[in-house]
Ligand binder design. Structure first.
Ligand code: ADP
Length: 868
């Protein structure tokens, strides 16, 4: 019965990971056996050595006893020529019955049927009842041979099966080589060059097979040389770069001349001085050196040496070492042997050089991969075919995958694996595929993974080029920034909390000072001048502190991605004029004039009112700060396509090229001594940049040192509303704003409440104030104020509850309620108060202007729920 080779999945639970793992182990064991055997086959110098190696190899692969039976040309039987672990009592011969003859020509593995009577001879030869695995082996010059494996175990795995066939064919090739080499050596008609060629081939084969184990390689080469030239013993001495001398690396007695276990010791102790001296001479002269027995006492007594022949091993002009061989029994080396030795030595030198280079390359490689493995980052490299070429230990840990799951995988297979790891796999795959199309791009991006545990990864990717600038692939370096981000978040949360805590007391200080000094900041008549000056300084510093805190809070918001914009259609004209008006006093104070130049009929922009004003004010205040008295500052706006271009031009000190990019970064001030007297935090431009970009625009700078600067930014043109429409709305708002209002202030803070009351009264409004929610509700129902300024955080019923009740009661539902808060409301609370019907909210510290404009503005329902 013939058993065909089986497919890998047969008889196994396909896809079961345990099975896959065991197959891997099996495969690597089988590969190791194959690899070891093919090396040994290459070094073998005669048939019986190869057959012995084969039966050992078969046992190593299958764990089953086996034997080789070969015919001689004259006999009608197959005779056992090699065996391994055959049970005692086995016969040494098999008769060449027809069914056995039939086996000899069949390629592939066969198994005999143990029940049929003609197999009885085989059973006795193998001393097992069968079945057997039988493979034909070609052993030239004999015509027939069979390898018979006693099939004592279960069925062979397909990998073992394939490995067995490979092993047999390797052995056949080695047997063939021996046969051809023998033919060459024994054919006296053959030219010298053919013989040399055969020996050189053998040495080259060994060099290739053993390049990673130099000691074994030297032994194998030496053995090959001794056998080929029928020499008694030999040694290879290698040049040691450190000691700058020759050292014995291998010493052998030819297998045909018996064993000498202590040869290395002997060579080193008794022969080394002579040997090295001879080797040096040979090396110096660069040619084969033959020394006669009279010079070689040590060799003489131990081995009966006649001659010591030293051949320098030269590769690329460098002395690698020296090959030494000895003849015995009074024989001398002949001219022909000497020539061959010379050529073999050259070949040996090349093999040694290759092995050294190989070892060095491997060392370099190992060192590189050790470095790559030791990093804290996960590293993955895809080659130019987009297959995984490198994956380091950390990547396996990050992604929780075994190396074999990733190694050599292509992009599609990689995608399948990453699908279960990344939070948003399409985003990652899209990013990667786009990068793989670019041979130059270097980028950084962030991705979240959900398995094996949630992590935030920063991924850097760059092309990998060799020294000749050829594209080798793309590297991906993943850094775990989960903790870093967490710390950043905690830090900026802490900064916001502290700033909020500072804002509340500053509000009441600012309010109180504004009250005392009045709208023109000149103070009431009753105050002495000195007191007025001191109070004015206090108010300026309070406002400066508030600006600083606001900047810090803005930066925290930007970093946390919490900038909330309320985009609306804004008139460019008004935006610019309002900003200039706000800067007017400051400019005046510094002796600077502000000019405005707007393109006629410029369209409105779609932008956040307060944030856009903030950008303009920041740029104007910088322009004023860095100009000299008497100069002017020009604010202009024009439209181009879908964008409105704003620019603020000054003729002040200017900014040198090196600093132009930097000043948009946080905390950058070019000359802090110069900025000290004008004040500033170094935050304004970074905030402005974030605010512009968040609104879909960009900001840039043109400047020449000593010749002033122009800061420009863009905002998108508002779709569809004409300037005329804007005007009508504005006019309508102005009519309603002049109506006198009754305002109820509800705030439990006994410092803030009176300040608010006075500020509102100063504006001619009727103001009532209460400290708690319940009283407020009663007053609202009875007195029906137009506007309620409602603090959100109060003991008893809090602001949200008061708001809910106001809006639920049909009698009071139309009352406008503006929420007061010391903190950012936060998204959930903000949407909660808007849902409950709040008409807007004001964050403390509240400026006089903002308070009045909010209270006075007759917001349409749903029109403006936002503050600043
Ligand atoms: P601040 O003005 O609060 O220091 P900014 O971020 O607004 O912070 O500005 C950063 C720095 O850029 C300033 O300190 C100053 O050195 C420089 N700078 C900004 N605007 C101008 C300008 N118009 N002329 C000269 N230098 C300027």
């Amino acid at each position: 019965m013939i058993i065909p080779p089986r497919s890998p999945s047969e008889g196994c639970g396909g896809g079961d990971p345990e099975w896959v793992a065991s197959l891997d182990i099996l495969e690597s064991a089988a590969l190791r056996t194959l690899y070891a055997s093919s090396r040994q086959f290459a070094c073998a110098t005669n048939r019986s050595e190869i057959l012995d190696l084969l039966v050992h190899g078969v046992y190593a692969l299958t764990g089953m006893p086996n034997a080789i039976f070969a015919s001689t040309s004259t006999s009608e039987r197959l005779r056992r020529t090699a065996e391994f672990h055959l049970p005692a009592g086995a016969h040494t011969e098999i008769e060449l019955a027809p069914h056995i003859v039939a086996m000899l020509d069949v390629r592939g593995a066969l198994v005999a049927d143990e029940r049929s009577p003609e197999w009885a001879t085989l059973a006795t030869s193998m001393c097992t009842s069968g079945p057997w695995l039988i493979l034909p082996v070609t052993i030239p010059p004999q015509p027939h041979a069979l390898l018979i494996v006693a099939h004592t175990k279960g069925p062979l795995a397909s990998t073992q099966h394939a490995a067995l066939l490979n092993l047999v064919s390797d052995a056949c090739r080695a047997l063939d080589r021996i046969a051809r080499a023998e033919a060459i050596w024994h054919d006296t008609n053959l030219s010298h060059s053919n013989r040399i060629l055969a020996a050189v081939n053998a040495v080259t084969d060994i060099g290739l097979l053993y390049s990673n184990v130099i000691d074994q390689m030297l032994n194998a080469i030496l053995n090959q040389i001794l056998n080929a030239l029928n020499l008694a013993a030999g040694a290879i001495l290698l040049y040691n770069d450190e000691s700058e001398d020759l050292e014995v690396a291998s010493a052998l007695v030819s297998s045909q001349h018996g064993q000498h276990s202590d040869l290395i010791t002997l060579w080193q102790a008794a022969l080394l001085p002579t040997s090295i001296a001879e080797a040096r001479k040979a090396a110096n002269q660069g040619q084969v050196l033959v020394s006669s027995s009279s010079d070689l006492q040590g060799f003489q007594c131990h081995l009966g040496v006649a001659q010591l022949i030293s051949v320098p091993l030269l590769a690329g002009g460098w002395l690698t070492g020296v090959l030494q061989v000895v003849t015995n029994d009074h024989t001398s080396i002949n001219q022909y042997q000497s020539q061959i030795l010379h050529i073999l030595a050259r070949q040996t030198a090349v093999a040694i050089e290759n092995a050294r280079l190989f070892a060095q390359t491997r060392n370099d490689q190992e060192r590189t991969s050790a470095v790559v493995d030791a990093t804290n980052d996960a590293i993955l490299m895809l080659d130019e075919r987009r297959r995984v070429m490198i994956i380091n230990r950390r990547a396996r840990f990050f992604f929780g995958i075994a190396e074999r799951e990733l190694q050599e995988k292509d992009l599609d297979q990689l995608s399948v694996i990453f699908n279960r790891i990344f939070e948003d796999p399409p985003r990652f795959h899209g990013w990667l595929r786009q990068l793989l199309r670019s041979p130059t791009e270097r980028v950084v991006a962030e991705f979240r993974i959900v398995r094996p545990e949630p992590r935030l990864l920063q991924c850097f990717s760059a092309p990998v080029m060799d020294v000749h600038d050829r594209y080798l692939g793309r590297i991906l370096v993943f850094r775990d920034i989960t903790r870093e981000r967490e710390v950043e978040r905690m830090k900026s949360e802490f900064v916001s909390n502290v700033s909020h805590e500072l804002r509340t007391p500053l509000t009441s200080i600012q309010g109180a000072l504004q009250l005392v000094l009045g709208p023109k900041r000149t103070g009431s008549e009753g105050l002495p001048q000195r007191a007025r000056d001191l109070l004015s300084v206090s108010l300026n510093n309070t406002e400066r502190l508030i600006r600083l805190i606001n900047d810090i809070l803005d930066v925290a918001k930007i970093e946390q991605g919490r900038i909330e914009l309320r985009r609306e259609t804004l008139s460019v004209d008004e935006l610019c004029r309002a900003a200039a008006a706000e800067m007017h006093a400051f400019a005046n104070h510094r002796g600077i004039s502000i000019d405005i130049d707007l393109q006629p009929g410029i369209p409105s922009v779609l932008a956040d009112h307060d944030r856009s004003t903030q950008i303009l004010i920041n740029l104007l205040s910088n322009a004023i700060k860095f100009s000299s008295s008497g100069q002017s500052v020009l604010l202009s706006a024009r439209t181009d396509g879908s964008m409105v271009y704003f620019s603020v031009r000054d003729w002040g000190r200017g900014i040198d090229l090196a600093n132009q990019e930097r000043i948009f970064h946080k905390f950058v001030q070019i000359d802090s001594s110069a900025t000290r007297d004008v004040g500033g935090t170094g935050l304004g431009l970074s905030i402005s940049k974030a605010l512009v970009e968040e609104q879909g625009g960009r900001i840039w700078l043109e400047s020449n040192l000593g010749h002033g600067s122009t800061f420009s930014f863009t905002l998108p043109v508002a779709p569809g509303i004409s300037t005329h429409g804007d005007q009508i709305i504005q006019e309508a708002l102005a009519v309603v704003a002049t109506r006198q209002l009754h305002v109820l202030v509800v705030d439990d803070d006994r410092y803030v409440r009176p300040v608010l009351v006075r500020l509102l009264q100063r504006h001619g409004l009727r103001v009532t104030n209460v400290a708690d929610g319940l009283t407020a509700l009663t007053i609202i129902e009875q007195a029906r104020p137009d506007v309620v300024l409602l603090d959100i955080k109060m003991p008893g019923i809090d602001g949200t509850e008061v708001l809910r009740r106001i809006k639920e009661n049909p009698l009071t539902a139309m009352t406008r309620v503006i929420i007061l808060t010391a903190n950012d409301l936060g998204e959930s609370l903000q949407s909660q108060v808007l849902r409950l019907g709040a008409d807007g909210y004001l964050e403390k510290p509240i400026t006089y202007e903002r308070l009045i404009s909010m209270v006075m503005s007759p917001r349409m329902p749903d029109e403006d729920h936002h503050e600043l």
